[in-house]
Design a protein around this ligand. Structure first.
Ligand SMILES: CC(C)(COP(=O)(O)OP(=O)(O)OC[C@H]1O[C@@H](n2cnc3c(N)ncnc32)[C@H](O)[C@@H]1OP(=O)(O)O)[C@@H](O)C(=O)NCCC(=O)NCCS
Length: 213
C-alpha cells in the first residue's frame, strides 16, 4: 500500500483522516422502494451474506463464474473500496446495493458511472451521464418469479431520478437468457453484440450490450 500524504481526491473518496468523526462512509441508505421491495446501499454488516452468495456455485454459474468465488476479504476489497478508472487513474462513482423483501435480503445490485474504457466501447462520450448495472438474486429459489425485473426497474428509476442518468447499460452474456429477458422486462433493449466481451469459466463469452432507454 502507498504511504504518505493523501491527495485531495483520495481524502474525499476515502473519508480522509477525520472520517471517524463523520457519518460512516458505508452507512446504509435506503435508495428506493416499491411494494414489498427495497433497494438500499450495502454496508459492512452485509459482508458475510454477500460472501455466502458470492461463493455459492449455483449463483456463480451465472454470475462471475464458478472459478471466481469471492470470500469475505474479496467482498470487502471489491465492494467496499473506492473504484479507480484504470484508464485515467481517477476515482469514479460506484455503489454496491442490497435488495430486500419483507423476508430480508434477497439480492445484490451494483451500479457505477461508466469508466472511460467502457464509455468508448459502449459508444458514449465520457462526459455523458452513463451508468452500468448488474445484479443477482442470492437464493436460486427466487429466480424466475419476476423479482429480478422489478429490482432492475427500481435501480433504473433511482439512477434516472436521483443520479440524473441519461443512459444505463448492462452487458449480460448472450447465453444468460433469463438475465437478458429480465432486462428486457425492465425496459432495456439489445443494442449491440459484444463478441468475446468476457471470460466466463475459462471460455470467451459473447455479451449483449443492452441499454435503457
Ligand atoms: C438474472 C436474475 C437477476 C433475473 O431475475 P429473475 O427474478 O429470475 O427474473 P424475472 O423472473 O423477472 O424474469 C425472467 C424472465 O426470463 C424468462 N426465462 C427464464 N429462463 C429462461 C430461458 N432459459 N430462456 C428464455 N427465457 C427465460 C422468464 O420466463 C422470465 O420472463 P417472462 O416473465 O416474460 O416469462 C436472476 O435470475 C438471477 O439472479 N440469476 C443468477 C445470476 C445472474 O444471472 N445474474 C445476471 C448476470 S448479468
Amino acid at each position: 500500500m502507498r504511504r504518505g500524504l493523501l491527495s485531495l481526491r483520495e481524502v474525499v473518496a476515502t473519508g480522509g483522516p477525520f472520517r471517524a468523526l463523520r457519518r460512516p462512509r458505508w452507512a446504509m441508505t435506503l435508495l428506493r422502494s416499491a411494494p414489498g421491495l427495497r433497494l438500499r446501499t450495502a454496508e459492512p454488516a452485509d459482508i458475510p451474506l454477500l460472501a455466502r452468495w458470492r461463493t455459492d456455485p449455483r449463483v456463480l454459474e451465472f454470475y462471475a463464474g464458478r472459478d471466481r468465488p469471492l470470500d469475505e476479504a474479496g467482498v470487502r476489497a471489491r465492494y467496499f473500496c473506492p473504484h479507480r478508472d484504470p484508464t485515467t487513474g481517477r476515482f469514479y462513482e460506484y455503489r454496491a446495493c442490497v435488495a430486500e423483501t419483507g423476508s430480508g435480503p434477497v439480492g445484490f445490485v451494483q451500479y457505477y458511472r461508466l469508466p472511460r474504457a467502457d464509455a468508448g466501447l459502449f459508444g458514449c462520450s465520457p462526459e455523458e451521464r452513463a451508468y452500468a448495472v448488474d445484479l443477482f438474486l442470492g437464493e436460486p429459489a427466487r429466480w424466475g418469479h419476476g423479482l429480478g425485473s422489478r429490482l432492475l426497474a427500481l435501480v433504473r428509476d433511482h439512477l434516472v431520478e436521483r443520479r440524473d442518468a441519461r443512459r444505463i447499460f448492462a452487458d449480460p452474456r448472450v447465453e444468460n437468457l433469463r438475465s437478458v429477458r429480465a432486462l428486457e422486462k425492465a425496459g432495456f433493449r439489445k443494442v449491440q453484440l459484444l463478441a468475446a466481451r468476457s471470460v466466463h469459466e475459462g471460455d470467451r463469452a459473447d455479451c449483449w450490450l443492452m441499454e435503457y432507454p
